[in-house]
Ligand binder design. Structure first.
Ligand SMILES: Cc1cc2nc3c(=O)[nH]c(=O)nc-3n(C[C@H](O)[C@H](O)[C@H](O)COP(=O)(O)OP(=O)(O)OC[C@H]3O[C@@H](n4cnc5c(N)ncnc54)[C@H](O)[C@@H]3O)c2cc1C
Length: 292
């Protein structure tokens, strides 16, 4: 099937893009970034924008990473492949590196952007679930001003965020983990690089063998990426023993009511969550205790 007809505009500056979005809010205009999610939807006419606002010309203002002592800022137009290949991100924010390498295939990651993946809000997306695990914050701009939205409030439902029609996601702020932390991302998919059936991200911070902080974020078990709050609470303040990890993973699965679809039943997803959460937590703990 061919695309439905659409208008096309390619602003060269963020200011210009904000003007275009302010003028066109609500009229069926849609931002185009890497096109890896939007163009397939347009090709099947599941989405028929009246106008595409191509923001690829804004790379100078919206691509690349900047570092502060306690956080990393990644421009929304940064390609997924650039993040995957960034040695400093691999060292200081390894959960993101590990997960981004599982997004599609290299060709997809070469075009696909970090911001596009977040704005697309696929509940199975690796980057959204990592944003939840790392308590990332989105910077969103429009002619009405700038706002910051925590990942916990950004994802609304499948393929829907709290972004308004006139807004652009410009960057994501990722807090860095303290010393003594380890993280891991694991997923089950039909083939490596396919959309995951279930994914699990774990972050553990240890203090003399005890769990100072634990986070478990799950992909494709609900309409948005989820945190397993009760399982996290069980771990905090306790010795990081295999028995406790298994119990936390069991609770993470027990608290879910995952969907059934073509790829997996709800029961299968629940079973896989217990397995993946245990694996992710165990690996995160091993990495937290490994010598630097
Ligand atoms: C074969 C294939 C396999 C894939 N496998 C996976 C996978 O395993 N895991 C995974 O997570 N993804 C997968 N994807 C999707 C891929 O990661 C996309 O790159 C990503 O979802 C969207 O990023 P994009 O830059 O291409 O955005 P686009 O497709 O250009 O846009 C996606 C949506 O986000 C909006 N948008 C984009 N940027 C902004 C912004 N800065 N501000 C506001 N709104 C914005 C657009 O308007 C659109 O609604 C796959 C895609 C393909 C084609």
């Amino acid at each position: 099937m061919k695309f439905a007809p659409f208008e096309y505009v390619a602003p060269r500056r963020l200011e210009e893009a904000m003007d275009v979005l302010a003028e066109s809010a609500g009229d069926g205009s849609v931002i185009l970034a890497g096109g890896q999610s939007l163009l397939p939807l347009m090709a099947t006419r599941a989405v028929t924008p009246r106008r595409l606002i191509d923001i690829n010309g804004l790379s100078d203002e919206m691509a690349g990473s900047t570092w502060a002592e306690d956080h990393l800022r990644i421009g929304a137009l940064t390609r997924q492949r650039a993040v995957e290949q960034d040695a400093r991100i691999a060292q200081r924010c390894p959960l993101l590196s590990e997960a981004v390498a599982m997004v599609g295939r290299p060709a997809v990651r070469t075009r696909g952007t970090i911001g596009g993946s977040l704005a697309h809000a696929d509940p199975a997306g690796e980057i959204p679930v990592v944003a939840r695990a790392l308590d990332a914050e989105m910077t969103i701009v429009s002619r009405r001003g700038v706002r910051t939205v925590p990942a916990a409030e950004f994802f609304a439902r499948p393929q829907r965020t709290t972004l308004m029609d006139d807004e652009i996601l410009t960057e994501v702020r990722v807090p860095l983990l303290p010393d003594g932390s380890g993280s891991a991302f694991v997923e089950v998919s039909r083939r490596f690089g396919d959309r995951c059936i279930v994914g699990a991200a774990a972050v553990v911070t240890l203090d003399q063998g005890r769990v100072a902080d634990a986070r478990i974020a799950l992909a494709n078990v609900a309409g948005t990426p989820l945190r397993a709050g009760r399982a996290e609470a069980l771990l905090r303040g306790e010795d990081a023993s295999p028995g406790l990890v298994s119990e936390a993973a069991r609770i993470a699965a027990e608290d879910l009511t995952p969907p059934s679809d073509l790829h997996a039943s709800d029961e299968y997803r629940q079973h896989v969550v217990a397995v993946l959460a245990r694996r992710a937590l165990t690996t995160a703990i091993d990495r937290a205790t490994a010598p630097a």
